[in-house]
Design a protein around this ligand. Sequence first.
Ligand SMILES: C[S@@+](CC[C@H](N)C(=O)[O-])C[C@H]1O[C@@H](n2cnc3c(N)ncnc32)[C@H](O)[C@@H]1O
Ligand SMILES: [Zn+2]
Length: 285
Amino acid sequence: MQSTPVKSEQIRFAQKYDYARAVDYYHRFNRSPRKRFLNWLEQCMAKRGLTMANMPTHILDIPSGTGRFWQTLHHNSHVKLHAADFNSAMIDVGFEKRDAQLTQKMQGAVASAFSLPFPDNSFDSIFCMRFIHHINLEDDRMQLLRELARVTADTVCISSWIDDTGIKAQSRLKKEKSRKANGHYDKFVHQHQQIIQEFTNAGFELIGYTDLLPHLSPWRLYVLRKKHITPPIKLSTVEYVCPLCKGTLTNDLAQKQFTCHHDKLAFPMHGKLPMLTQRDAIKLT
Ligand SMILES: C[S@@+](CC[C@H](N)C(=O)[O-])C[C@H]1O[C@@H](n2cnc3c(N)ncnc32)[C@H](O)[C@@H]1O
Ligand SMILES: [Zn+2]
């Protein structure tokens, strides 16, 4: 298999969640009053994002992790929510442990945010929470943002650590400066001006932003609108495309896999989840 050009797809955090760690992540935000308060603030921030994005109804949550935002994103009964993450264990745990009334209406897939297996303009909005602060390389951030711009028909809500949010961001930036050059780091504070420029270069304009806890927390949620908006597809069931060539996939029910005849690749199923990444693809002979 060809190696992926996305360096951030190889970084340690992308692989770190096996089943036990995914269960640990599920419980992490319920472990102490401080964590519960932080999670509550983050849900409030996501709700403000939904309002700024005009209450979208066809939503992609990537990376969904274990589904921390699923309840919030289901802001009314017409919402169609699709979850995607690079690690199947994270989605498995979310589908097992979250409210079945929610999850039975949802679709899920294993996917990379850098090469999404969805057609252009598939969703009204994409939520991308706690992801881009892991990505230090501008080229990789651009690849992510261009994919989000391709797949949304309207808005993207994306959270990150940002330099001008207050004391916590400043102290994290100080720590970043004193880090050893050869150490492995997977979380970064981005500069507001630079990230806005990157959003623009990827084809977005800024609707607005909202901070988790002004002056104290480094988290900010940006709400972006695609510059050239197109009518969303709004299918009740999301259809997939090949994550590499974006061509049609054949759903081979007997073999329990999706096939791209152009690339001669098969994408296997993991339970009910199609595994639509270059990492999981099997070369057809
Ligand atoms: C910090 S968690 C955030 C999950 C969720 N948004 C939340 O806030 O709870 C980061 C997630 O990114 C996922 N991930 C890592 N690399 C990815 C990639 N290339 N594409 C999609 N998800 C990825 C990990 O599996 C993990 O679930
Ligand atoms: Zn293909």
